[in-house]
Ligand binder design. Structure first.
Ligand code: B12
Length: 219
């Protein structure tokens, strides 16, 4: 029965049906399903389909925006629940989508998961310029800075930020992610780490600040 609801939730994201997405998210929570499972098996598979249809020109920007709105409404319900996990101070992370790029769904999921794992996350939002990253890193005395980019035209900006950090001699670890980013690209721009999804991002963040990562634990 829950399997059916997960499918309906994915479909609600695909259809951009915000009310349905909210209703089904609440229904799954009432059935005792945890927030991370709802994210992984309901919302993300829906957004995957949206991504494929957008790529193949079956749907266009307005439909994607409506789907993103549905997904965000459900994420708003799940976020405080994900953050209820047994928290203990782990470190401070600055997160932002780089300059020129307004994609934030993936970054928001990563931020949420990091918070739920005990990190303090300062989210600078979208279209983030190098100065904003540098100011926040200094102000918060951050341990890690995480950058997200979804466009091949904006991913290069990660190097601008990393170069500035090095130039100023700031002691902060850097991690990068987003659909076009790869491990090879991360090394090319001099980042300390890359993760392909939010679960791996949490593992990576822990590794970067020297916390032991337990493989079997659900993050
Ligand atoms: C939703 C979406 C939009 C929405 C964004 C809404 C929003 N609030 O984010 C809207 C409609 C606004 C949009 C606009 C555009 N988009 Co768009 N968009 C997408 C789409 C369909 C899904 C992206 C998404 O949210 N995925 C779901 C999330 C969960 O995945 P994710 O972002 O990859 O994040 C995960 C990982 O990458 C990782 N991660 C992400 N960030 C980070 C950071 C760190 C530090 C770490 C460790 C990990 C990590 O963890 C996340 C969770 O698992 C993609 C298609 C795709 N397959 O990616 C196109 C896509 C990214 N868009 C694309 C394009 C071209 C555009 C536009 C230029 C279209 C246009 N002509 O106007 C504009 C760009 C505007 C701009 N300046 O940024 C192209 C990019 C092509 C390219 N090679 O550069 C794509 C790939 C579609 C395509 N195939 O053509 N888009």
């Amino acid at each position: 029965m829950t399997e059916e609801i997960f499918k309906e939730l994915s479909q609600a994201v695909i259809d951009g049906n915000k009310d349905k997405s909210i209703e089904l998210t609440n229904k799954l929570l009432e059935l005792g399903i945890d927030a991370k499972t709802i994210l992984d098996f309901g919302l993300l598979p829906g957004m995957d389909v949206v991504g494929i249809r957008f790529r193949d020109n079956i749907i266009f920007v307005p439909q994607v925006l409506i789907s993103a709105r549905a997904m965000k409404s459900s994420l708003a319900i799940l976020e405080p629940l994900l953050s209820k996990a047994d928290l203990k101070g782990s470190g401070t992370i600055i997160m932002g989508t780089v300059k020129g790029d307004i994609h934030d769904i993936g970054k928001n999921i990563v931020s949420m998961m990091l918070r739920s794992s005990g990190f303090t996350v300062i989210d600078l939002g979208i279209d983030t310029k190098v100065e904003k990253f540098i100011d926040a890193i200094k102000k918060e005395n951050a341990d890690i800075v995480g950058m997200s980019a979804l466009l091949t035209t904006t991913m290069g900006y990660m190097k601008v930020v990393i170069d500035k950090i090095k130039e100023e001699g700031i002691l902060v670890k850097t991690m990068v992610g987003g659909a076009p980013i790869s491990k090879a690209f991360a090394s090319e721009v001099g980042a300390d780490g890359y993760a392909k999804n939010a679960t791996d991002a949490v593992k990576l963040a822990k590794q970067l600040i020297g916390i032991e990562v337990k493989e079997n634990k659900i993050e």
